[in-house]
Ligand binder design. Sequence first.
Ligand code: ADP
Ligand code: MG
Length: 688
Amino acid sequence: MPLRLDTSVQYLKGVGPRRAEIFARMGIRTVEDLLYHIPHRYLDATNVTPIARADVGREVTLIGRVVSKGVLPTRRRLRIFRAVMRDASGLIECAWPGQAFLDRTIKEGQLLLVSGPVKYYHGRQIVPREQIVLAGPDDGDEDTIMGLVLPVYPASEGLSHRQIRRLIHDHLDEMLLLVQDVAQVIVPPALRVPPLRDALEAVHRPDTAAAAEAGRRRLAFDELFDLQLVVARARHLAKHAAKGMQHEIKRALTTQLKNTLPFELTAGQRQCIREITADMTSPERMHRLLMGDVGSGKTIVALFAMLLAVENDSQAVFMAPTELLAEQHAATLSELLVPLGIVPELLLGRFSASEKKTVRGRISAGGSRVIVGTHALFQEQTRFHRLGLVVIDEQHRFGVEQRAALIEKGETPDVLLLSATPIPRTLALTLYGDLDISALKEKPAGRREVKTTVRSSKSRKSIYQFVRKHCDEGRQVYVVYPVIEESEKVDLKAATTMWEQLKIDLDPLVVGLVHGKLKTAEREATMRAFRDGEIQVLVATTVIEVGIDVPNATIMIIEHPERFGLAQMHQLRGRVGRGADESHCILVADQGARTRLAQFAKTTDGFRIAQLDLEERGMGQLAGARQSGGITLRYTDFAKDDRLIVAARKAALGIIENDPALQQKEHRDLRKRIERRYERGMELFRVG
Ligand code: ADP
Ligand code: MG
């Protein structure tokens, strides 16, 4: 049977059912998947230092055979794994303090690569930051010297990076023959990226590190281009599938609001309002995202948009992600709307059936003009009288397909999404390419900045004194503890233990606990008690759970800040500093990452922090991006692919403009590729 891209890897020589199963667990099922499983890094053999020249005080990479090894106990119960390595030039000792388990994987005779600092301890010694087994005791060295640049593949238990390298190497030529370059004509020559087949060869079998990088950029362009096609399609649907409402500028309620506001709008707010007004008064439908840090004044901007709808005899809806937030927004809006004689209608899931019925009755009869509720409620059978605008708070986290599904529903109101997670422009173009974007970059004047400090756990006593003092003055405190999925059980236990301890340490203050495993009702009850001041110190485990506005909370303590992303911590910090009083964010950190935290402490600009976060961890981790709905970019590097992103977007918009559903013959292959890459994205192309 001839090899095809969709042939199961199982049929490749050297794979078989057992390895196929391991590959499947890594998401590699077909020959094509294997071909696109690219090295996560390269060892550039030109950088390897001969052992004899590994001088004390330098950072080096060494390659040698293990000649002896063993675990050395020390007085302080720290077990050190050590090994002696030899190359043609000499010998050196390697020491791994506290990693006795390496004794099971590192064997005598293996060819080992290590990199780390060279220290002096009874002689030269390298303390590796990382190590890689390049070849077994019986393998020759030629395996490693395949090329000067050695690819290192993401591996898995049961299938080492060496085995994967061998398999890919053995089959590369026959796999490359199957590659068809469906996007070559689209790639702008100015990007100087190679044709697809050359690119794949270069990432797997590079002559130089630069060639591998050029290959990666081509793969990145392709994935970005496909994503932009999906996004451009969603954008097209949002704007053209149905005719939008065309509101008119009446200067009635909006002008009244401007006159009764207790403050002046910032220049940024005025700019955003202009952008929104332009959308709402155009015949196309508005589909816009408003980004801005917590406290940057998005609500007011949204309110202007809502009033523009209302003065055009339409209804405006504000959707929040939780009931608590919906209540909060309703309260804020009520206050601002008093002088205008408008009372917002609140619709909550916990209302009784008859209450809901009454409210829904008023909504469908057109009596309610500004309506506030949760996302969920509006997805149920709420009938509107004449829905002109939907404002959606924090729903940007949904993917492009979900956003498209949302606006497909019945009527064709303008849509404004609010996001308190600012992100850099290129990332925004990628994740929210279907939306137009407005950004609030400055905060209203006079806003106090949250004072951020890094403390060690030795200063716990004084931190707690500080907490007591603030609580005695009637203030409230958050303590956030990280709980991550991979170690959820252990983390939850640690958080609970900490809560128990805090109750003792802070007695008689009332200390509450919320975490993701609580029932919604229970969690909301605790949050409510905190909002109402019955709880003074709230221990919380995730960002979502603190998605609440308590102006009286003035201290945010973050435990294990090294485990949070910068953007995530910035979100947490935004939970305080909402009232008039000075607020504090205290990071309790003992080891490592101190410079990172210090940098965070002195930066308060959310956009800047998002950029730092992106450079630090890549897009996968960025708050919001994680839930972006099925789109993972595997080859793109946001720290350096700006030009690719812009080029891919331009190319995709051009194609969708001429052939919105990709029905033309010359786009058939593109369509097929998207079908393979985005199962759900393709649904967008089914319409029209
Ligand atoms: P966001 O929704 O972006 O987190 P809000 O709209 O809730 O921010 O605004 C935060 C606070 O700042 C609110 O109390 C609001 O009344 C106030 N505010 C908004 N705009 C201004 C402004 N231009 N000048 C002074 N205060 C403002
Ligand atoms: Mg808000």
